[in-house]
Design a protein around this ligand. Structure first.
Ligand SMILES: [Zn+2]
Length: 468
């Protein structure tokens, strides 16, 4: 998620106090959170299956029948789909979270990464932010719906993905499942959320409606090589280095859409100085070259203004006393929605302008369309956010990183990333050391998903009957 540079320092607004954390559903959710953080659901540890077994046990004790639980297994990754059947005929709503985490080594962390620790107003542990709080928000919502013994106005389906951080294969199985494939839209807890500045002050609430396409290319130069004592005129490493410098120097054309303009404009309202002015000018006119140039130099914003490609890995040569026979460079691109991968490949080839440098696509990119903002979803998210943060503006945005929301979108399910919690993304350390989530954000996320499920289920059904 993008982070904001903010000069504004205001009185910290502490929301933790708004939660006594004594309501039964909060106590229960915290217990489940502690258990699920304990599963090391990183690749190679075979822990998604035991985590699913634990969650099934929790759900069964919460009166969810086995017939409403489906298991999806793909290699090491196990995933789960839970259905809460509704009364109406409207298409289901999907809620999604992922159970897997990026691995963490205990010796590098201050605290054990797989033990939930509450300290300094935060929950510490791998996955506390990405994305086990989301998993618990989904489970807690199911349990609350079941406890009320009142069917929602439409089917609500909850997806627990097993491999979002790696292959997203279970997401591809989930999206084809009969309970899921006809979903009208999805809410993804793995993106979106409220932004806090360094003083803990609330800034804006971001709602993810689109993602750039993740694409990796490999540049390869092959050379006959030879003895290092007899250098040739051509050299694979020099040739690759020249090609990579041309990639560095190439700027993809400036792009904008309604999402990016709204987002940059909204950030421009809370950002000060020259950067704030550039954000506001770009939002008003993406052809403003000076503003685009300024945003090009800021890592937080460059990805929102154009396709980017950057060198990330190098591999060359086979001995210190031999001329290199092979030199390879990896270039990772984040492609603006609507731009074809082939167009990016052609642009790189034209920039490199050396037919001896092969440019190969690695893997299979998943382009995904922008999800058009739905007034009913926006209104429900605004109402849910304003329960605890009444003055915050909800702003749709396009993600430069990625989540498995792109899989749902590519299968035609409009997807909205909305976690519900407020945090400072600079100090959440998702994927990094000492990952943590503000305690308040955890409890905010629980109520957020519950409110969306109850608002978008029965309320949408009521509206339909009015429309008729
Ligand atoms: Zn995630």
């Amino acid at each position: 998620m993008a982070k904001l540079l903010l000069a504004t320092i205001a009185t910290a607004v502490l929301h933790a106090s708004a939660y006594g954390q004594t309501q039964p559903h909060q106590v229960q959710a915290r217990e489940i959170y502690a258990r699920v953080v304990g599963f090391r659901t990183a690749p190679g540890h075979q822990q998604t299956a035991p985590m699913v077994a634990y969650l099934i046990d929790v759900l069964k004790r919460g009166s969810v029948p086995a017939s409403d639980i489906a298991i999806v297994a793909e290699g090491e990754a196990t995933a789960m789909i839970v259905r809460v059947p509704g009364s109406g005929s409207r298409r289901p709503i999907l809620f999604s979270a992922h159970m897997d985490v990026v691995d963490a080594r205990a010796q590098e962390w201050t605290r054990d990464p797989f033990t939930l620790v509450e300290e300094q107003g935060h929950f510490f542990g791998r996955g506390t932010a990405d994305n086990k709080a989301g998993v618990v928000a989904l489970i807690s919502t199911i349990l609350r719906l079941k406890a009320q013994q009142r069917a929602p106005g439409r089917d609500l389906v909850f997806a627990f993905v097993g491999d979002e951080e790696t292959d997203m294969k279970t997401t591809r199985f989930i999206v084809r499942h009969p309970w899921v494939e006809h979903a009208e839209f999805a809410i993804n807890t793995d993106a979106g959320g409220g932004m806090l500045d360094n003083a803990g002050k609330e800034l804006i609430y971001l709602l993810q409606n689109a993602e750039k396409t993740y694409v990796t290319f490999e540049l390869t130069v092959i050379n006959p090589g030879g003895h290092a004592s007899r250098p040739r005129q051509d050299n694979a490493i020099y040739q690759l280095a020249r090609a990579l410098l041309k990639v560095e120097g190439y700027r993809f054309p400036v792009m904008a859409n309604s999402l990016t303009r709204q987002y940059l404009g909204a950030v421009g309202q809370v950002e000060t100085g020259q950067l704030g002015a550039a954000l506001r000018r770009f939002a008003a006119d993406p052809q403003d070259a000076a503003a685009a140039d300024m945003l090009w130099s800021v890592p937080e914003f460059v990805g929102t203004t154009r396709t980017t490609c950057v060198a990330t890995m190098l591999e060359a040569g086979h001995a210190e006393n031999a001329l290199p026979q092979t030199a390879k460079g990896t270039v990772n691109c984040r492609v603006f929605p609507g731009v074809a991968v082939a167009t990016v490949q052609q642009a790189l080839a034209a920039a490199v302008a050396d037919p001896q440098v092969a440019i190969d696509l690695l893997g299979t990119p998943t382009p995904s369309p922008m999800s058009a903002l739905r007034p009913d979803v926006l209104a429900a998210i605004e109402r849910a956010v304003h329960v605890t943060h009444p003055r915050v503006t909800v702003v749709p945005y396009q993600e430069s990183g990625g989540t498995d929301g792109k899989i749902y979108r590519s299968f035609g399910i409009p997807t909205f990333g909305s976690s519900g919690g407020f945090a400072n993304p600079d100090t959440t350390y998702a994927h990094g050391l000492n990952e943590r989530l503000p305690v308040a954000a955890f409890y905010e996320g629980l109520d957020h998903i519950y409110l969306l499920a109850t608002e978008l289920g029965p309320v949408a059904d009521d509206r339909r009957s009015h429309d008729r």
